[in-house]
Ligand binder design. Structure first.
Ligand SMILES: Cc1cc2nc3c(=O)[nH]c(=O)nc-3n(C[C@H](O)[C@H](O)[C@H](O)COP(=O)(O)O)c2cc1C
Length: 207
């Protein structure tokens, strides 16, 4: 398979126009697009081909309300580290869309999968969670190519998420994703626009 200059540019454009989204329209996401997101996840690399991601579609009000409550408690706790000026800024940030996003995924990583037979992860256990993150990035990019937005939520108590979804002992909470049709117009990260954290390019280090 060969890719043209135009194809290469499209890939970069999708990356450049991917944004973390916290503001969604209410319209549903059609089932065939959810299938496309599943396909994107399945195409991800994983250590030893272990495919350790475990994904739940969180659909019920009860589950979503419990996740939202977890977020509120976790966010309040997280705010505790900030001095008054930063805290005032933190309190204005919108850091999730659990009450509005039409599609929500709770993503866990199996830290002891039989698939892959332990290959590659014995020296670096974090490679399993890295694999899940790569699958999520595949999903992010394919979502963006269809005009869908994804918001990643990490301000959640992981133990409470594992209990809520009643996962096996070896599964660790990795990501909660809010997905839907975005209300966004910018190619600049929201946290940059709001003055929380500028986009600073990290240089590659020559040695
Ligand atoms: C692992 C991970 C966890 C994140 N958790 C949150 C979160 O809890 N809430 C939030 O609003 N954004 C979260 N983000 C999004 C980042 O804030 C966002 O990626 C960053 O500000 C850059 O903006 P961009 O994604 O639009 O380029 C997370 C991103 C990553 C990669």
């Amino acid at each position: 398979m060969q890719f043209s200059d135009a194809d290469q540019q499209v890939l970069i454009d999708i990356m450049r126009w991917r944004r973390d989204v916290r503001h969604f329209k209410r319209e549903a996401v059609p089932a065939h697009l959810i299938m496309e997101l599943q396909r994107a996840v399945q195409l991800a690399p994983s250590v030893g081909n272990s495919r350790p991601w475990r994904i739940f579609m969180a659909q019920s009000h009860a589950i979503r309300n419990a996740v939202y409550e977890n977020f509120q408690q976790s966010s309040q706790k997280a705010a505790g580290i900030y001095e008054p000026e930063r805290l005032a800024q933190y309190e204005k940030l919108k850091l999730e869309a659990i009450q509005t996003a039409p599609v929500q995924l709770a993503i866990f990583t199996d830290t002891d999968p039989t698939q892959g037979h332990g290959l590659g992860r014995q020296t670096l256990a974090s490679t399993l969670e890295q694999s899940t993150a790569m699958a999520v990035q595949n999903l992010n990019l394919v979502a963006r190519s269809h005009g869908l937005g994804v918001g990643m939520v990490s301000i959640l108590n992981p133990g409470a998420m594992e209990q809520l979804f009643e996962v096996p002992e070896s599964w660790r909470f990795s990501f909660y994703l809010c997905i839907g049709w975005p209300e966004f117009k910018s190619d600049t990260p929201l946290l940059h626009e709001l003055g929380w954290q500028e986009n600073i390019e990290q240089n590659w280090i020559d040695m």
